[in-house]
Design a protein around this ligand. Structure first.
Ligand SMILES: [Zn+2]
Length: 471
């Protein structure tokens, strides 16, 4: 407990980072050390076990903003110089295990997931510590590992040497830019050209959306051409299984549209061919689906009616730790956010203390908190839509119904008195009651192609500034 307090003081949580009194070169070289470990357990208990360490060829992150000041993520890892205990690096993140443990399955059996920590290659021995948020969302130390960078156990192999890395957008050196890397899954050798086209189109859509549009020159975008043996990805609920390079699959956690890959090691080995801060997996499918986990990766399909929406929405999860503001679709989680604790996500509040609302500085004084929005009218229209939807098989008729419903949502929201204002609108984080979102509509709330609201926009810009080393 004492140690955590010291770390927090050193890191200066909540404030802009004080420049450390030391230089990157004092402690690090310009490559990445990756620690793979297994995170195993159930809903109630979990353990961490060291797996392997790898030296990766590129360090893409900042050389000045090394200590995380964003306070995002369900987990945080810190890297300390072992002899002096100087805090050298920290980063918040989320994990598949962290989501899985909230599912029904985690109550009945244990599972194991491979996870990775990446940081610049240290010059001398370091202590790596994982902190997990406790029930009150305070970080507690849960596991640590001492590692000497000269140890022979650090694997120094270049993997996937034959693949081609292609740059789609270059605006400057990696340490001063956000480096986005897009990986293909389920594209055969013949389809790799299509992958490049899909990645270009999705990138264009992202940078047509504010605030990415205004910060386009803060990003580099690269793709890796890595074919799969089979076209498409697993769809276990339909009995479809493919030999796809990254093993992405529909129906993760039993949710049909949720696309994840549990093959962390192959993803990391392939990604190590290029410098990256953030990973996006583009999945060759027309079926609706996607996923996004803060600081892990996002997934999206390029060929669905809703691809534009999904690509940008999932990037919001991956990049800025934004939470889902919707509450009307089925999800696999049972009470994802406990009602008596303020979520760490920048765009969801339990409104436990309205005077201390975390986005209060963006609220006009005459906007009531909570903010009225005719929720019951919205809810009954939505219930009618969900009933109709279930009666129609997937296909063009269901698509038209979906589009009509989204148009209705947009029109309804647009004509409410507090449209365009920041407030606290009830219904968010998969919960109809007790959780609130900042705006009546947002890219994290509906598919009505609305942009990010001011709170999400501010959260995204904070992350961009952190990664580009600007203030
Ligand atoms: Zn989402």
């Amino acid at each position: 407990m004492k140690k955590i307090i010291v770390l927090i003081l050193l890191a200066g949580w909540g404030r802009l980072p004080a420049e450390p009194a030391w230089q990157f070169e004092d402690y690090f070289i310009d490559q990445t050390l990756r620690i793979d470990y297994d995170h195993t357990g159930t809903a109630l208990q979990d353990i961490y076990a060291f797996d392997e360490a790898y030296l990766e060829p590129y360090w893409a992150g900042s050389r000045t903003h090394l200590i995380d000041t964003l306070d995002l993520g369900a987990y945080l890892f810190t890297v300390q110089d072992h002899p002096t205990r100087t805090l050298l690096y920290s980063r918040g993140f989320c994990s598949i295990f962290g989501e899985w443990r909230t599912t029904e399955e985690a109550r009945t059996r244990s599972r194991s997931f491979s996870e990775s920590l990446r940081f610049p290659m240290p010059k001398r021995e370091v202590r790596i510590t994982i902190h997990a948020r406790d029930r009150n969302n305070r970080f507690q130390e849960v596991w640590s590992l001492d590692l000497d960078p000269s140890a022979p156990e650090i694997i120094r192999t270049d993997f996937f040497r034959d693949v081609t890395v292609r740059t789609l957008m270059h605006h400057g050196p990696s340490d001063k830019k956000v480096d986005l890397l897009i990986l293909p899954d389920g594209y055969t050798g013949h389809e790799i050209k299509k992958f490049i086209g899909d990645a270009k189109r999705m990138t264009r859509i992202l940078f047509d959306t504010s605030p990415f549009r205004e910060h386009k020159t803060d990003f580099n975008v690269r793709v890796i051409e890595a074919p799969s043996a089979d076209s498409g990805i697993d769809d276990p609920a339909k009995g479809v299984y493919r030999d796809n390079i990254l093993s992405s699959s529909f129906n993760s956690f039993g949710s049909d549209r949720y696309i994840l890959s549990y093959d962390n090691k192959t993803i990391r080995k392939l990604a190590s061919r290029a410098p990256y801060d953030f990973l996006y997996i583009l999945v060759n499918s027309e079926k609706y689906g996607g996923g996004g986990i803060f600081n892990l990766y996002a997934t999206c399909i390029p060929d669905n009616l809703w691809s534009d929406y999904i690509f940008v929405h999932e990037f919001g999860h991956l990049f800025a730790g934004l939470g889902d503001e919707y509450y009307t679709s089925d999800v696999a989680y049972a009470e994802f956010y406990p009602r008596d604790v303020e979520p760490w996500e920048p765009n969801i509040t339990a409104l436990l203390d309205p005077d201390a609302l975390k986005w209060k500085s963006l609220v006009d004084p005459d906007t009531p908190i909570p903010t009225p929005w005719d929720k019951s009218v919205f809810d009954s229209a939505n219930a009618a839509y969900q009933r109709q939807r279930l009666e129609i098989p997937a296909g063009s008729r269901r698509d038209s119904l979906g589009l009509a419903h989204q148009r209705w949502i947009h029109e309804f929201n647009r004509t409410r008195p507090y449209w365009g204002r920041v407030g606290a609108f009830e219904g968010s984080g998969y919960a109809s009651e007790g959780l609130y979102r900042p705006s009546i509509d947002c890219r994290m709330f509906s598919r009505s192609q609305t942009g990010f609201d001011p709170v999400c926009t501010r959260a995204i810009i904070r992350v961009i500034r952190f990664y580009t080393g600007s203030r």
